[in-house]
Design a protein around this ligand. Structure first.
Ligand code: ADP
Ligand code: MG
Length: 276
């Protein structure tokens, strides 16, 4: 892939939306693979007990595998659970096992329960350009740990009825965490997913999201694509499963936009503009 500007510091991006099925996991793994193909070193942290991101990356995550549960609850160093993703150079994964389902409760009685992931990431010494955290579909302590660990929130929005419903709750949580625990936290990126340009509904939702969020919305949207939905059952991202597909190209383009924005360059679909 094309080489893109690398961030000066690791960008930690929290992929969150408390609705299920909006494309959080799909976006996390495909964006991560795209950034890696553009030459970045990228870590995916799977923070959903379902472990869908681990599966999609072809990472073993049966219950004996050292996982992000051990990091959060047992204070195991992140370096002891990170695995390289097969077939994609520069891409790594901290897998989730089903144990993580209990962590939401177990964390409650632990010290610094909101900042355990942040501590683990701070202590991780391998050089990384991006860390993408795949959140579960809830706003509990796992998601709070992600919001404390990251500076940027990436919200995938599915172009469907009620797309914006419930987002207020997520945005209020972002405000709360910013106010109390993580002053750097902000919503940096909105990505429209499962976009079907042929339907009026999709373009109406897209317009609504753009008028609501403005500059945070990426120019690139992700089309609905069968290849994207097939890839995880082969333990692959769409980038290796079908590199030339529209889904693959759209994630590469979204990654490009994110990398350029990080370097202060905004993209209007045709031209790049430097922004202050
Ligand atoms: P979440 O993590 O928010 O619950 P997922 O990423 O698991 O959502 O996506 C939900 C479902 O939609 C999955 O079956 C996934 O394969 C499918 N999906 C996601 N994005 C697309 C897309 N662009 N085109 C087609 N199917 C998609
Ligand atoms: Mg998911």
């Amino acid at each position: 892939g094309e080489r893109l500007p690398r961030p000066e510091q690791t960008r930690v991006m929290v992929v969150a939306n408390q609705k299920g099925g909006v494309g959080k996991t799909t976006t996390t793994v495909n964006l991560a693979a795209s950034l890696a193909l553009h030459g970045a070193r990228v870590l995916v942290v799977d923070l959903d007990p379902q472990g869908n991101a681990s599966t999609a990356l072809g990472i073993d995550h049966h219950s004996d595998v050292p996982s992000i549960y051990d990091v959060l609850v047992e204070s195991k160093p992140l370096s002891e659970v990170v695995q390289p993703v097969p077939d994609v150079e520069g891409l790594f994964c901290a897998p989730a096992t089903i144990d993580l389902a209990g962590a939401e409760i177990e964390l409650v009685s632990l010290v610094a329960r909101e900042s355990r992931l942040e501590r683990a990431i701070s202590a991780y010494e391998q050089p990384l350009d991006y860390i993408l955290i795949d959140c579960p579909p809830s706003l509990g302590l796992l998601t709070v740990n992600a919001l404390v660990a990251g500076a940027e929130v990436l919200i995938p929005i599915q172009c469907e009825y009620y797309a914006l419903e419930g987002l207020g709750q997520l945005l209020r949580n972002v405000d709360l965490v910013r106010g109390h625990l993580n002053p750097d936290l902000h919503v940096s990126t909105i990505l429209l997913t499962m976009y079907d340009g042929r339907t009026r509904l999709a373009s109406q939702v897209a317009d609504e999201v753009r008028s609501h969020f403005g500059n945070e919305v990426l120019r690139t949207s992700i089309p609905r694509s069968v290849r994207i939905s097939e890839a995880p059952s082969y333990g692959q991202t769409v980038l290796t499963y079908d590199p030339g597909s529209s889904g693959s190209l759209s994630y590469l383009e979204a990654a490009r936009e994110i990398a350029l924005r990080g370097a202060g360059v905004y993209y209007d679909g045709q031209n790049a503009h430097a922004m202050g």
